[in-house]
Design a binder for this molecule. Structure first.
Ligand code: 3EB
Length: 338
């Protein structure tokens, strides 16, 4: 069992309806709830919530529940929990002075991923399924290179240093967003014992094959990953934006970008279903929406609801997307229909 819940942070003090909490991410500047188990990996993501599901939810949380029993531990600054099938880890790394030829962010990304791979391996979890990355000032140019591009170098170097391929079927699904200026690099991730299947989007060039106009090293992520730990396969769709081929479309138009993003999400579902002999539909998924300008949210929300219906859980956050011309990014997750 792997279940995703959207709920108020404070609700994490009590166990989930079934099983145990594996890990969680909480959004916004709310105080840490006091009653949390000390060994629960918990990402405090420094982005502002715009609206949550239900609408009344303050300091919303995204939490993963699994069937028990669970174990927990630390590997340096990384905190993890796992059961027999799933592993969840959270790591935060400050950007410290780096040796010549390496930017501070590049080094921080390399360290964070190195810790992630080491901690997973130590517990017998070889397969990274889904990673969330938050990089402060993600589109700012520093030391002559955009920070997202610096992050991509460090991330890719860590994959290579740990013998992992940086293209193709074993690349995890991911999102990469901004965070409050000055916030440390933050990663949280799900890993499994069994290999997931990576899915690409035929409308888009695979990100790991982006041309060098987008930076010296390509971003290391797949468009989606399907995990095979449950009765029904579970689909994790990466952060998805108004990108067709490798280009951003509809500059300055949040509504058109949302519509293009929804076409991309549908294209990923159309690809994943037949590959898995399963069926996913937009109204059956959980969503997280990252919006660059909070004022665009009502219009983006209306477009999203038109496609996914009134009932799908949606968590909306104000965050910078990793290309300055992108106004919105949407990610999704959910088990296939039975
Ligand atoms: C894109 O399609 C939009 O670097 O991990 C989306 C999801 C994006 C993940 C990442 C970047 C990442 O290129 C940006």
């Amino acid at each position: 069992m792997l279940q995703l819940h959207h709920l108020p942070c404070a609700a994490l003090g009590a166990p989930p309806p079934a099983g145990q909490w594996l890990g969680a991410a909480c959004f916004g500047a709310a105080e840490m709830p006091g009653a949390l188990p000390a060994d629960l990996p918990f990402a405090r993501v420094q982005v502002q919530p715009l609206m949550a599901a239900p609408t009344s939810l303050q300091a919303p949380c995204e939490a993963w529940a699994v069937a028990g029993p669970v174990r927990a531990g630390r590997h340096g600054a990384l905190q993890w929990r796992c059961n027999d099938a799933w592993w969840f880890g959270v790591i935060q790394v400050d950007e410290a002075a780096a040796p010549d030829g390496l930017t501070a962010l590049q080094q921080a990304a390399q360290r964070a991923y190195a810790l992630l791979f080491e901690a997973m391996a130590a517990q017998g979890f070889e397969h990274l399924v889904r990673v969330w990355n938050h990089v402060a000032d993600i589109t700012a140019e520093r030391d002559g290179l955009e920070r997202y591009r610096q992050f991509n170098i460090g991330r890719q170097d860590a994959f290579l240093a740990h013998g992992r391929s940086v293209a193709g079927a074993s690349v995890p699904a991911a999102s990469a967003l901004g965070a409050r200026p000055g916030a440390p690099l933050l990663l949280y991730a799900l890993a499994a014992r069994r290999p997931p299947r990576a899915i690409e989007n035929p409308r888009q060039v695979s990100a790991y094959h982006y041309p060098s106009d987008y930076g010296p090293r390509s971003p290391t992520f797949s468009r989606a990953a399907v995990a095979h730990t449950e009765t029904q396969p579970v689909l994790f769709i990466s952060g998805t934006a108004s990108v067709v081929g490798h280009r951003s479309l509809h500059e300055g138009d949040a509504v058109a970008q949302t519509q293009e993003t929804l076409r991309n999400l549908q294209a990923v579902l159309d690809q994943a279903g037949p590959m898995e002999a399963a069926r996913w539909e937009l109204p059956q998924l959980h969503y997280k929406v990252y919006v660059r300008h909070a004022a665009d949210w009502p219009q983006i929300h209306a477009e999203l609801r038109r496609a996914v219906g009134a009932r799908a859980p949606v968590l909306a956050l104000q965050a910078d997307v990793c290309r300055s011309d992108l106004l919105v990014e949407i990610e999704a997750a959910g088990a296939a229909a039975a």
